[in-house]
Write a protein that binds this ligand. Structure first.
Ligand code: ASN
Ligand code: ZN
Length: 336
């Protein structure tokens, strides 16, 4: 014990013995310091994740991936479509690192590939299982699909879903697949703009509709069904409540239609919780998507129950956050 060594240091006749005691005391003091400082050291590495982007040009053909025109770290090309695709992939990558410490699509730094100038007057963007693809739009109904940040976010999140919950792209699980792409697409935009849930517009694809089209965006998470109403496009077909659920064989069983219901549930939970939506509601949805507890053919009720279980684990059963998630699902008519 130290107090005995202390006595030896002061009282021992033999100078060699005093010296040994002094050194033993010094060593044990050093060890006590070590033991005290070890647990406060950060438990996990804090290395920065590094994106790996490739932008390819299909040169108005429907070919994939096309010619590589910009790789990671390469300077801007001067083609605003190419450079926009590159920049929005960077913001999307940074969002997942900053908000959820996820390293790219597969959480292991998967290279991100986007093909632009796909087809001629091509009015869509998609994830094909391996990469993102963007049309230039026809300029009459749609502008270029590389324009809105949340469209890039939406397509990349199809990749994240593929590597995690792998929600089947049909019926309710397909609408959930569509919805989580909209949820994180919206959150990426909110994070980039520094908008709280209250400040956000909750629109998907704002700026995508060409001039002269009667509408404000592709979808509205706040008010599904109100994004556009144009003679050429028709009216936004999204419901925001189970009472208006659309039973159809089209669109893989209405995956882009009934996604309005879980979209609105996320919006309701976010505004009820308040603050930055990516922090709490987003964390609940992210952990639900990636946590391995939902089935590939999960329905709305099962997904809702999973979000409530995640919120309960994060915040507690009686927490305001958990009640907000429960009430959000009840608000769109989903019985969890
Ligand atoms: N833009 C659509 C989507 O990402 C394309 C599609 O339906 N495959 O869902
Ligand atoms: Zn989609």
């Amino acid at each position: 014990p130290p107090h005995m060594l202390e006595r030896v240091v002061h009282d021992a006749e033999d100078p060699a013995l005093r010296d040994i005691a002094r050194r033993t005391l010094a060593l044990s003091a050093a060890l006590r310091t070590e033991r005290r400082t070890l647990p406060v050291e950060p438990p996990s590495p804090t290395e920065d994740f590094v994106p790996n982007r490739t932008i390819a040009d299909a040169q108005n053909q429907e070919v994939l991936p096309g010619e590589t025109v910009r790789g990671e770290g390469a300077p801007a090309t001067g083609d605003t479509i190419v450079d926009q695709a590159y920049d929005w992939l960077g913001v999307t990558f940074d969002f997942f690192e900053a908000a959820y410490r996820r390293n790219s699509i597969d959480a292991a730094g998967l290279p991100m590939i986007s093909t632009v100038h796909y087809g001629r007057d091509y009015d869509n963007a998609f994830w094909n299982g391996d990469q993102m693809v963007y049309g230039d739009g026809d300029g009459v109904l749609f502008n270029a699909f590389t324009g809105p940040l949340d469209v890039t976010g939406h397509e990349l999140v199809h990749g994240i879903t593929q590597y995690t919950a792998n929600l089947e792209y049909y019926s309710q699980s397909g609408a959930l697949n569509e919805s989580v792409s909209d949820v994180f697409g919206a959150l990426i935009k909110q994070w980039h703009l520094g908008h709280t849930a209250d400040q956000a517009d909750w629109l998907i694809g704002e700026g995508l509709l060409a001039e002269g089209v009667n509408g404000k965006a592709l979808r509205s998470m706040k008010e599904p069904g109100t994004a556009y109403d144009d003679p050429r496009l028709g009216k936004d077909p999204q419901p925001g409540h189970m009472d208006d659920y659309v039973d159809t064989y089209r669109d893989n069983g209405g995956v882009h239609i009934n996604s309005g219901i879980p979209n609105r549930a996320f919006y309701l939970a976010s505004v009820a919780i308040g603050g930055n939506a990516w922090e709490k509601a987003g964390r609940v949805w992210y952990d639900t998507l990636t946590g391995g507890t939902i089935k590939t053919d999960e329905d709305f009720a099962g997904f809702a129950a999973a979000t409530i279980a995640v919120a309960t684990g994060l915040y507690g059963a009686d927490a305001a956050e958990t009640r907000a998630v429960q009430q959000a699902w009840a608000g769109v008519g989903v019985q969890a």
